[in-house]
Design a protein around this ligand. Structure first.
Ligand SMILES: NC(=O)c1ccc[n+]([C@@H]2O[C@H](COP(=O)([O-])OP(=O)(O)OC[C@H]3O[C@@H](n4cnc5c(N)ncnc54)[C@H](OP(=O)(O)O)[C@@H]3O)[C@@H](O)[C@H]2O)c1
Length: 191
């Protein structure tokens, strides 16, 4: 009696994998940006639970390799860290080229890295406003463009963009952040 729901769930999962709604993590690789903390770290754990090989990106290399080590120990998967500042203009192309050279196929791209600076627009330094746009919008768009091509060629792959409820309305003291997240919502909703 107790096994029936489990059997049904397994069959349903198998069906979803076959029709491509979800992917079996075995032998698949996920690239997660901003994977050393917060939501990115939690998403990395969920993908590790599903047996994905993980490629983790963030700026602080030691915090990142600590996360990779923990994931490997906890879930018995392979997790590699790739320390990189994605707000640097050339970073997405650099990352893509490096993985191409190593023959790494990315099955799932999680565009999670992003940040918001609190304060009145007029008082926030220009570089902070532009920095949010660069990371939350430009890097996300650039990475999506780069990794989407091979996915379309293979007719297989998934991209998850982490937006926010901030993307659905204007926000107090975080005008640029809210606007960047509106971009993420709209970009992810349109073809
Ligand atoms: N927290 C919330 O309440 C909330 C709500 C809705 C949506 N979100 C969205 O969820 C995403 C994650 O937010 P979070 O709060 O979990 O963030 P978080 O805890 O601040 O973690 C941010 C992650 O991104 C990395 N990162 C930051 N700047 C980077 C850069 N220039 N290049 C590469 N990696 C970078 C950080 O590591 P390093 O500092 O080492 O680079 C860290 O791993 C963001 O897109 C955010 O807008 C957050």
């Amino acid at each position: 009696m107790l096994t029936t729901p489990f059997v049904i769930l397994r069959a349903l999962r198998g069906l979803l994998i076959r029709i491509g709604v979800i992917m079996d993590g075995k032998h698949h690789t996920a690239l997660i940006t901003g994977a050393s903390a917060g939501i990115g770290r939690e998403l990395a754990k969920l993908l590790a639970q599903d047996d994905y090989y993980l490629l983790l990106v963030a700026r602080d290399g030691s915090r990142l390799s600590q996360s990779a080590d923990e994931l490997q120990r906890q879930f018995g998967i392979t997790a590699k860290s790739f320390p990189l500042d994605l707000a640097a203009e050339s970073a997405p192309q650099f990352l893509f080229d490096q993985l191409q050279r190593e023959g790494v196929i990315i099955d799932v791209l999680v565009n999670n890295a992003g940040y918001g600076k609190l304060g009145a627009f007029a008082e926030i330094p220009l570089e902070e406003s532009l920095g949010q746009i660069q990371l939350n919008i430009t890097a996300l768009t650039h990475l999506t463009k780069l990794f989407l091509g091979p996915m379309l060629e293979r007719r297989s792959g998934k991209i998850l963009n982490v937006a926010s409820t901030a993307g659905f309305q204007p926000g107090p003291l975080m005008a640029v952040y809210y606007a960047t997240k509106a971009y993420v919502v709209l970009r992810s909703s349109g073809e």
